[in-house]
Design a protein around this ligand. Structure first.
Ligand SMILES: Nc1ncnc2c1ncn2[C@@H]1O[C@H](COP(=O)(O)OP(=O)(O)O)[C@@H](O)[C@H]1O
Ligand SMILES: [Mg+2]
Length: 315
């Protein structure tokens, strides 16, 4: 299978913090890939670089054969002109263009238009692809009205697809959290992606909502859309992912099938090993990593036990 996305030696530094530290991996067409790692491992930062929201310090991101981020030649670094060139669109692609190329994403903290209805939230995502001209839009020509009606039908179609059952005329803020998450996924799908990046889509969901999210992600993949999923719920990861990339302190420490990852001593060490009393107490990053690492390690062990015990379909 050919690679849909190739990330090579990606690095992102915030002051002294190496959020992403030499990350390389690829996503193949139509696969479900999970990215796991303790809090602060650099998962969201990696997503932000891949989707054009952040400029990485170095490295390259190639999507469908096109460069989202290009390695900047050393001369521009020496002349200190990198930021200026990138601001004018050299060596990088802006998020709106990345969306047009077929990559969509959701955010760890939901990003929806609070002052718009559910349906309008999905329609605005499609407007990025609508090709109506300036005059027809201004004059509301029949052509424009037809395009609008088609747009509303398609948006409704995506809401049905994600299993949205509330009233689509409500403001998104009037919806329960789980439904808002569905709307965000509908918005992402409405851009007709080939690759969907989901940043902790199950956070804050209850058990049955998680179950229906698992079904939805499979349905998305069955459309031929590759899915990259950042997720802490190991049961979900083990159930869904065909491959798992494990990050720790910005570096990839493992890449393999769920079975390989569960048995990988480096992964177990990374998750269990961080919980160590010798760490400096004033380092909040280490402490939060340790707390979440312990929780994930527990889940990792649970997921292993339950899949040995009953085929892993209890969650
Ligand atoms: N905008 C930012 N400015 C400064 N530091 C950041 C920023 N975003 C993330 N970081 C830091 O980068 C590291 C990785 O964070 P993040 O990518 O959010 O991790 P994860 O998603 O794996 O929990 C953390 O140490 C975090 O504090
Ligand atoms: Mg994150």
């Amino acid at each position: 299978m050919s690679a849909l996305l190739e990330v090579t030696d990606l690095r992102l530094q915030f002051g002294g913090v190496k959020a992403v530290d030499g990350l390389s991996f690829e996503v193949r067409e139509g696969e479900i890939l999970a990215v796991i790692g303790p809090n602060g491992a650099g998962k969201t930062s990696a997503f932000n670089c891949i989707s054009g929201f952040y400029l990485p310090t170095s490295g390259s991101v190639v999507f469908r054969g096109m460069h989202i981020v290009r390695e900047v030649p050393r001369i521009w670094h020496t002349l200190r002109l990198v930021q200026l060139l990138q601001r004018f669109g050299f060596y990088r692609v802006l998020p709106s263009r990345v969306t047009k190329w077929g990559m969509a994403r959701t955010f760890q903290n939901l990003r929806l238009f609070r002052e718009l209805s559910v349906l309008d939230n999905v329609k605005t995502a499609m407007h990025a692809n609508l090709r109506e001209g300036f005059w027809s839009t201004l004059l509301h020509t029949p052509g424009y009205r037809r395009a609008e009606a088609a747009c509303a039908r398609e948006a409704q179609g995506w809401l049905d697809f994600v299993g949205f059952e509330d009233d689509e005329e409500l403001y998104v803020t009037q919806l329960p959290y789980g439904e808002q998450r569905r709307v965000e996924i509908a918005r992402a799908l409405a851009t007709s992606p080939k690759l969907l990046l989901l940043d902790e889509p199950a956070a804050g969901l209850n058990f049955s909502e998680k179950q229906s999210l698992v079904r939805l992600i499979r349905k998305v993949r069955d459309l031929g859309v590759a899915v990259v999923l950042i997720e802490h719920d190991m049961g979900m990861v083990m159930e869904l992912a065909e491959r798992i990339v494990v990050l720790n302190y910005g570096k990839e420490i493992a890449d393999g099938t769920p079975a390989e990852i569960k048995a990988n001593p480096v992964v177990i060490e990374a998750y269990l090993g961080v919980d160590d009393d010798t760490e400096p107490i004033d380092d909040t990053r280490l402490r939060s990593a340790a707390v979440s690492a312990a929780a994930i390690a527990e889940a990792l062990v649970d997921a292993g036990e339950s899949s040995r015990g009953n085929g892993g379909d209890e969650r």
